[in-house]
Design a protein around this ligand. Structure first.
Ligand code: BGC
Ligand code: BGC
Length: 666
């Protein structure tokens, strides 16, 4: 890594100190138990003994747990649910808490995050058995919720780099910044194979082929380290998501424009063989080679029979795949975490939903309330599952299996020895060294699609004229899952915009006029940075809903997503390309955008920039030849939206730019 690793000695010392603090606390807890229960507790129970094998500790602990304690371990609340009163964690024996997108402490600083997680941890340790809490967060392109974290390119850009070692390094930094601020679990990476770019989560995918996605599973190693490293202060538990076929759903024309999601959370209408090849395949190495610790089922459904919606089976109730394929055939020994209130999309009553999902193989349940968004969540889950066990509809063996899996992860994370945040790396969050890696990743992710007369790199001492809606907007260039769930044009994070990067790299004067209304000098090199505004999940679907559903900006109308350039951006391109000496168009977007032939003819150089994140300077580096263009398309670039879905290997494949395309410069 390019950051300076603390010496082994210093690291060891820090861990010993943390261990001492934890055991002091444990001693206090033990004492209070002795007083309260009157039982002799002078002997450390086996589960508290770090020298025993994890399986022995799990078995010992499980044997001491009541049903309430077991079911509590299977429940995950949202921080908003318990923040005002963390004793709810103690009372309900909650096993886990998450931060949903944009669910952050105030102030949104690393210290406040660590204090927050530790405060919740204290409440978990106050239970009789003192089982530590596991805190999860969507660190999908860096610890994006945290203001000041290093924000890396979204996965689609990382796919363009074709650089698995770099992806591992990025994931390692992400793990370090996440764990140093408290959370020990990242809901990443997405192993989605995005087959239809109209999907609003296309940018969370490394690309359209399983092989490309598999090559980037080094992200799991970066997050978790190698087996045995999970307890280190710069590693987190990973979650491969969304199992399986989240990127393989069929676009529903009838749903477009109705306010529903036309493709996100939809149905995979494919044969079982296609599903194996395009959806399941990436999970084999994720489990067998990278030992991913958790897997999150997809909101989507499968329909292998080619019938109507009636035949579709939701992944959260798909026992054949969750238990049969994943756990039994592939030997996945981590735990399955349900997606956000996803079990509530299953047919039937809530009791039927819980029964179906737990018996299908879901081990932990993401059941946030996040008032005022929902009336109930985990508070309904706990009594419901308890009842199902009482009536025998869920077996004790299933509960014990789920809880054992969860406890195993907690032991492997070292949470019993070091429940509180190890702040050793707190000062490295957003460090220069981390930003340098992000900047390099941005450069490697840029894909040069067109370069007439060797327009790029721009070398001479010319003036530069910059225009376009995404030239100077760091929120747009970071995309969704940045500070808030949906991201936003006003979400400002530390870093450089593409304009900043151009200003740093250009050798002549730089003029910036977003709409190209300022005069364009004849001798200037023009750069027009265009593209999308941020979105996440179904709100990014082409034809998806336009109202917002974000805790941060509920009710604010969102722009329609069309994969087409806005009028203003098109106008800016035409103006600059007509007047400037050369014209380069940089497309900042979560997926390919349609460039009509009449417009393309006017453009000298065309760059797919994806969603670069906090380091716009990395774009300047390639535009001005400080680094070469080496990126290759992770997805096929269509001529029109009507060509979707379009993927390499299709019959009659005729994209504007094929999968894998990318010009190189020196
Ligand atoms: C998303 C997941 C995410 C979870 C928690 C869900 O809506 O599908 O990818 O991890 O929310 O924020
Ligand atoms: C949360 C997200 C979550 C989404 C699912 C939002 O309120 O912030 O994390 O993925 O709801 O609907």
């Amino acid at each position: 890594m390019s950051r300076v690793p603390p010496s082994r000695h210093a690291r060891r010392r820090a861990r010993l100190l943390a261990a001492a603090a934890a055991s002091a606390l444990a001693a206090v807890l033990l004492q209070s138990q002795t007083v309260a229960g009157g039982a002799a507790a002078d002997e450390t129970p086996p589960y508290q003994d770090p020298d025993l094998p994890v399986a022995t500790r799990v078995a010992d602990l499980l044997g001491r747990m009541s049903l309430a304690e077991k079911i509590g371990q299977m429940a995950q609340a949202e921080r908003v649910d318990i923040d005002a009163d963390p004793s709810l964690i103690t009372e309900h024996r909650l096993g886990s808490v998450l931060s949903g997108g944009g669910s952050v402490p105030d102030p949104n600083t690393p210290e406040a995050w660590a204090d927050m997680v530790d405060r919740y941890q204290q409440a978990a340790l106050a239970t009789p058995l003192g089982i530590p809490l596991l805190y999860g967060v969507d660190s999908v392109h860096g610890h994006g919720n945290l203001l000041g974290a290093t924000v890396f390119p979204h996965n689609i850009g990382l796919g363009a780099t074709r650089d698995p070692a770099l992806v591992e390094k990025i994931a390692h930094i992400t793990a370090e910044e996440t764990r140093a601020s408290g959370p020990q679990w990242a809901f990443a990476p997405c192993l989605c194979v995005a087959r239809d770019d109209r999907w609003g989560r296309t940018y969370e995918s490394f690309g359209e082929t399983p092989a490309l996605v598999e090559s980037m599973e080094t992200a799991i190693d970066g997050l978790q380290g190698r087996p045995g490293q999970l307890d280190e202060p710069d590693r987190v538990l990973a979650s491969a998501k969304h199992f399986a076929g989240d990127g393989l759903t069929t676009y529903d024309d009838a749903a477009a424009g109705t306010g529903a999601y036309p493709i996100d959370q939809g149905i995979d209408r494919v044969t079982r063989a296609e599903f194996d090849r395009l959806a399941l395949a990436p999970y084999v190495p994720a489990i067998k080679e990278h030992h991913v610790g958790t897997i999150m089922p997809s909101f989507s459904s499968t329909d292998f029979n080619g019938g109507g919606t009636d035949d579709a089976v939701k992944m959260h109730a798909n026992g054949e795949l969750l238990t049969g394929w994943l756990k039994e055939q592939q030997g996945f020994d981590g735990f399955v975490i349900s997606d956000w209130r996803a079990i509530r999309q299953l047919p039937g009553t809530y009791a039927e939903q819980v029964e179906a999902s737990v018996n299908a193989g879901v081990d932990m349940f993401m059941e946030p309330i996040q008032a005022p968004n929902n009336p109930s969540g985990w508070d309904e889950f706990i009594p419901t599952l308890t009842q199902l066990v009482d009536t025998g509809d869920v077996s004790m063996a299933r509960i014990d299996d789920a809880v054992s899996r969860i406890l195993t992860a907690k032991f492997e994370l070292g949470l019993f020895e070091h429940p509180f945040t190890d702040r050793t790396h707190l000062g490295d969050i957003g460090s220069k060294a981390h930003h340098a890696v992000a900047r390099r990743a941005v450069s490697e992710s840029q894909v040069l699609l067109r370069n007439q007369r060797h327009t790029l790199p721009l070398r001479g001492k010319h003036d530069v004229y910059v225009a376009g809606s995404n030239a100077d907007n760091i929120g747009n260039q970071a995309g969704g899952w940045t500070l808030t769930w949906q991201g936003g044009s006003a979400n400002v994070i530390p870093g450089t915009t593409i304009l900043d990067g151009i200003e740093q790299a250009a050798r002549g004067d730089v003029t910036y006029s977003e709409t190209a209304t300022a005069r364009v000098p004849r001798k200037a090199d023009g750069i027009v940075v265009v593209g999308e505004t941020p979105y996440a999940e179904g709100f990014g679907d082409v034809g998806g809903p336009q109202w917002a559903y974000d805790p941060a900006d509920n009710g604010v109308p969102r722009p329609e997503q069309t994969m087409r350039l806005s009028e203003a951006d098109t106008q800016a391109i035409e103006t600059v390309c007509e007047r400037a000496k050369s014209c380069t168009v940089v497309v900042v977007s979560g997926r390919p955008m349609v460039i009509p032939p009449s417009l393309l003819r006017q453009i000298d150089a065309l760059v797919a920039s994806w969603l670069p994140g906090s380091e716009g300077a990395g774009v300047g580096d390639v535009l001005f030849g400080r680094r070469p263009f080496t990126g290759k398309l992770p997805v096929s670039w269509p001529r029109s939206v009507a060509q979707e879905p379009i993927n390499v290997g299709d019959r009659g494949y005729d994209p504007l730019y094929r999968y894998g395309f990318g010009l190189r410069t020196r």
